[in-house]
Design a protein around this ligand. Sequence first.
Ligand code: SF4
Length: 612
Amino acid sequence: MPNGYLGKILWVNLTEETFQEENLPEELYRQYIGGYGLATKILYQNMPAKVDALSPEAILGFFPGLLTGTVAPLSGRFMVAGKSPLTGTWGDSNCGGYFGPEIKKCGYDAILFKGAAKTPKYITILDGEKQILDASELWGLDAVQTEEKLLEKYSRAQVASIGQSGEKLSLISGIVTDKARLAGRSGLGAVMGSKKLKAIVLKGNQSINVSDKNKLLESTKSYNESIQNATRGAVAAFRTMGTTFGNTISFQIGDTPCKNWGGTKEDFPDERLNKISGPELLKFKQKSYGCFSCPVQCGAIMKVPEANIEETHRPEYETCASFGHLLLNDDLVSIFAANDLCNRAGLDTISAGGTIAFAIECFENGLLSVDDTDGIELTWGNSNAIIEVLKKIITREGIGDLLADGCKIASEKIGKGSETYAIHALGQELGMHSPKYYKSMGASFAFDPTPGRHTTASLDMLAGGPLMKPNGLFDGFSLPEKFKRRGEDRSEAEKLIAGLWQSFNSLGLCEFLAFYLQYPLKELIKSIVGWDLSVNDLVKIGLRIQTLRQAFTLREGVDIINSKLSERTVSIDYLEDYKGYCEKMGWNPENGYPLKETLTNLNLDFVVKDLY
Ligand code: SF4
């Protein structure tokens, strides 16, 4: 067996109720690494072009990274991948917790679903035994109830499931693990719901071979010790408050949007802002929580009696911003409640908050009335109304049905100029980071093959940490000297970051490590897989992955170059930025199409016939 990876994937056909294993050649891993790198190749070649994302022909895959399941620090993440029913583009969503490593323990580098069951099903893979089982008793339960019920039956298993939002095909729904970790973006919960797949239950005992165990332990120990010893900076902030350390500072510097992206600091003054600060959230903390093989443990388990919540995960910064600042809501208990409702229903908090912000602005401007909102006074900062509307989005009742597929679709239904208030990129609500602050975020939001995401390789955000210094994050990787100024160096830097980031994601690494300390990437890959890969090799592999993500989106007929952001969100010519990036990527800057020679150079010749 090869080192680091298992060499095979599992196909589950839900129509025929069959399982089929497929062995993958080593060359495929060398070219695509693992994780969503593998996903791009497998989905591109197996999914028909322009498929309805909610049809049986659509494929949904779960892909742990190449390092996932080993002790390599911060490597426990996995990707869910498919076509996004929300944007019509390539769809993926990253998730932490313990589910990703369990896929590897079950002996697979990926589990993929095709077809659709006629009645609700769940699958189990338990110590090598695979079954497709009736889920009618689980259908209708939220994700926490589902997981608890399944764990009563299958102790020490890992579960991924959908809540009511995925069942009801809400296009802003995701997939839940660890009772609260969501693969939230891209609407992939609806894809799982369309297949009538309620849950996946995994328990395995397969170990992962590594090339040099001593070296692996040495590199891991040394990095983990540096993390433990860090008492200041990003590590300390994440360890204490998780991402919520940004709740106040990000707003003060102009990064966090407010009032549906149309507000100013005066709309949410300090006395209100401070009510939802990281330290305020800490008052509810019971204990720390973290993903598999992570020395930071940035999560927290909270108890919120004021919201009748016995146990819940700490809301992330994104959730606090989308249900707080964006709605001018300073009622922290309501943010806990919204977070818990979304986690249980399997609803993306960014999109849910963004869509409610849209609805509030419609209401405030007379485009929606109490007749449309089932009597709810949907005004800025009205926390009771926010929770009421959220509950309706989950059940798809009344106003909730109008809003359950995101703000773009809702605005198309409302009309009357409401699209001005719909802040999205190709249908997906934007992450809670302003392109007016992180300038590169404009092009990332508008044009990435998965639009609207703050976790794509956006230069200014990632280069705020150790990446800014030569060799600061990875030995052998430096950004061009003048990357902060617009011009050649900046476009080159955007290309390098895009390449690096795709490999990074494909390895299963947590994005937050970009803000921590120098990471022994080369050493870990060598000690686990045995490959002598330089960071430049990883960049080249990443460029292949990014180009294939792009090709997937273009093959779907998406006019990516004409994706536009609301003027509220941007302050620079982000299209010009993108054109510079396209030139460096070897893509046509007029339409984003990868050039034929680029496809050939990246061993993507199979794409040419689809795009030309
Ligand atoms: S830093 Fe936080 S999100 Fe990242 S792997 Fe660790 S616990 Fe998970």
